[in-house]
Design a protein around this ligand. Structure first.
Ligand code: SAH
Ligand code: F3S
Length: 444
C-alpha cells in the first residue's frame, strides 16, 4: 500500500504537542506518514491553542492559508483539532468552506472513524462531544527516542477566572492506572529513559476514578518500571501538593528534583479573585517543605501580568514572591481576555502600556535570577541524560540535568541515551556548558 502524507501544524502547550503525536500515531495505522511540507500533503491538520488571543489568531491565519491549497488540490483533507476547534465547533465550518474535519482533544481516539465517514459520505465531520468513560489509550508517533510525553488525564475541574481550559478541554478525566503503567513499560522496552506525565492539573490524578489511587500512588507504580531512569510531570496545582505527594517525590529515586508549580500572582487579593484556591502563605509552606526534604530542588513557575484590578502594590508582591522563591525559571504572560471566562467581563482591565512596563520589570528580574542560579552550578558535577548532538555545534552533545537544565558538552555518539556525569564549566541564563566525566560514578 502506498503511503499517504500527513502534515500537522501544532500550536500551544506540551499537551498539544503530545496530542499531535497521538493523532499522527492513529493516522499511521490508516496509512499516513508525516511530512514536513504542507504542499505535498494529502491531509493537513492544524492543532490549535486559544490560551491567549495571539495563538488563536495565528491558528486561524494558518488555516486560511491551507484552505487556499485546496483550490488546486480538491482531494486534500483539511482538519482542525485542539482548543479552538473545541470552542468554535460548527462555526469554523461556516468560516472555512474547505474544512473537512473539526475535533476537540478528547475526540482524538475517534480520528480513524471520522476519516472513514468523510471518505464514505464526502461531507465534513465535526466531533467535539466528550466521549463517556476514561480516555482510551492510543498509539503515539513520538519524535524523540529518549524522552516521552505520557498524558495521564484530560480536562480540568477548576475554574480559574482567567482560564479558557475548562471550556476547551472539558471535565477532568483520568486514564486507568493499569493502562498508564502498560504504556510506560512499553516505552521502557523501546529504549525510552525519561517520561513526563501530562495533565492540566496532573496531581489531582485519580480523583474522578474509583480505583482508590492518587497521584503519589501512580508515581510509585511508575517508579518501579525497569528501564525508565527519570520521571517528571506538569503541571501540578499548588492546592493538590499534599504532604504525602511531597514525601513520595522526595523518596522515589526516579522522580527528578524539579517542579513547575504555577503561582500566577504573589498577591493574596489577586489570587483570591483569580479563584486559585490557595494563599501565598500556603504556597510558601509547600515550597518550604520541599526544600527541607530535598535541599537542591529546582522550581519554575507561571505568572500572569496585569490580571484585572492588579495594582502596583499587587505587582510588587509578585516581584517579591519571585525573588523569595528563587525560581530557576519563570514563564510570564500578559493577561489576555478570553471569551467565556469570568475575568474577561470584569472592570479594572489593565491597559497594554502598564502590562508591557510590568512585563519588562519581571523579565529583567527573571533573567538575573536564572543567570545567577546557573552560575552557582559552575564547578559542580551534574548528571546529564544525553538526548542528541547539539544543533548549534555538532562537536557537542546536548542533554538535561535532573533539575531540567540544558547542558552542552563534547562526547561521542554512543553516549546518546545514557546518563553521564558532567562537570559544569560555564553558565548563561538559558544553558550550561561542561566537560563529560565518562567513567566516573555519580553519587545521588
Ligand atoms: N494547568 C495548566 C495551565 C494551562 S495554561 C498547565 O498544565 O500548565 C498555562 C499558563 O498560561 C497558566 O499557568 C497561566 O499562567 C497562563 N494563562 C492561562 N490563561 C491565561 C490568560 N487568559 N492570559 C494570560 N495567561 C494565561
Ligand atoms: Fe486553567 Fe486553572 Fe485549570 S489555570 S487549566 S483552570 S487549574
Amino acid at each position: 500500500m502506498s503511503s499517504k502524507r500527513l502534515y500537522i501544524k501544532t500550536f500551544g502547550c506540551q499537551m498539544n504537542v503530545h496530542d499531535s503525536e497521538r493523532i499522527s500515531g492513529l493516522l499511521r495505522e490508516e496509512g499516513y506518514r508525516l511530512t514536513e511540507k504542507p504542499d505535498e500533503a494529502d491531509m493537513i491538520i492544524v492543532n490549535t491553542c486559544n490560551i491567549r488571543e495571539k495563538s488563536e489568531q495565528k491558528a486561524y491565519s494558518d488555516l486560511g492559508r491551507f484552505a487556499m491549497l485546496k483550490r488546486d488540490r480538491p482531494g486534500l483533507i483539511l482538519g482542525m483539532a485542539g482548543c479552538v476547534a473545541q470552542k468554535d465547533g460548527e462555526k469554523v465550518l461556516k468560516r472555512y468552506k474547505g474544512l473537512d474535519l473539526v475535533f476537540g482533544s478528547s475526540n482524538i481516539e475517534n480520528v480513524p472513524q471520522m476519516l472513514r465517514t468523510i471518505t464514505l459520505t464526502a461531507r465534513p465531520v465535526v466531533m467535539v462531544e466528550e466521549p463517556p468513560g476514561p480516555p482510551k489509550t492510543t498509539p503515539a508517533d513520538r519524535k524523540d527516542r529518549i524522552r516521552a510525553w505520557v498524558s495521564i488525564m484530560e480536562g480540568c475541574d477548576r475554574h480559574c477566572a482567567f482560564c479558557v481550559v475548562p471550556v476547551t478541554r472539558g471535565r477532568e478525566r483520568s486514564r486507568l492506572s493499569a493502562e498508564i503503567v502498560q504504556e510506560v513499560s512499553h516505552l521502557a522496552e523501546a529504549g525510552y529513559k525519561e517520561i513526563t506525565l501530562l495533565g492540566q492539573t496532573v496531581n489531582s490524578y485519580g480523583k474522578n476514578l474509583d480505583e482508590g489511587l492518587d497521584f503519589a500512588d501512580l508515581l510509585r507504580m511508575l517508579d518501579a518500571v525497569d528501564g525508565i531512569e527519570r520521571i517528571r510531570f506538569m503541571s501540578p496545582h499548588p492546592s493538590d501538593m499534599t504532604p504525602k505527594l511531597i514525601e513520595t517525590m522526595a523518596e522515589l529515586p526516579k522522580v527528578c528534583e524539579f517542579l513547575h508549580l504555577p503561582l500566577q500572582s504573589g498577591s493574596d487579593d489577586v489570587l483570591k479573585r483569580m479563584g486559585r484556591g490557595y494563599t501565598l502563605n500556603e504556597y510558601r509552606r509547600t515550597i518550604g517543605y520541599f526544600r527541607r526534604l530535598v535541599p537542591d530542588m529546582a522550581f519554575s513557575t507561571d505568572i500572569i501580568i496585569g490580571f484585572p484590578g492588579e495594582s502596583e502594590d499587587d505587582f510588587q508582591k509578585t516581584l517579591d514572591a519571585v525573588a523569595e522563591f528563587d525560581y530557576d525559571n519563570v514563564y510570564y504572560f500578559p493577561y489576555s481576555q478570553r471569551p467565556n471566562t469570568p475575568a474577561a467581563q470584569w472592570e479594572g482591565q489593565i491597559p497594554d502600556e502598564v502590562k508591557n512596563a510590568r512585563f519588562a520589570r519581571l523579565s529583567a528580574l527573571e533573567k538575573a535570577l536564572a543567570r545567577e542560579k546557573n552560575q552557582r552550578l559552575i564547578g559542580g558535577v551534574q548528571e546529564v541524560l544525553v538526548e542528541d548532538r547539539s544543533k548549534r555545534d555538532q562537536a557537542k552533545l546536548t542533554g538535561r540535568t535532573r533539575s531540567n537544565k540544558l547542558v552542552h558538552f563534547e562526547g561521542p555518539d554512543r553516549e546518546i541515551g545514557r546518563l553521564i556525569p558532567v562537570r559544569i564549566t560555564s553558565a548563561s541564563a538559558t544553558f550550561l556548558e561542561g566537560v563529560g566525566l565518562q567513567g566516573a560514578v555519580l553519587e545521588r
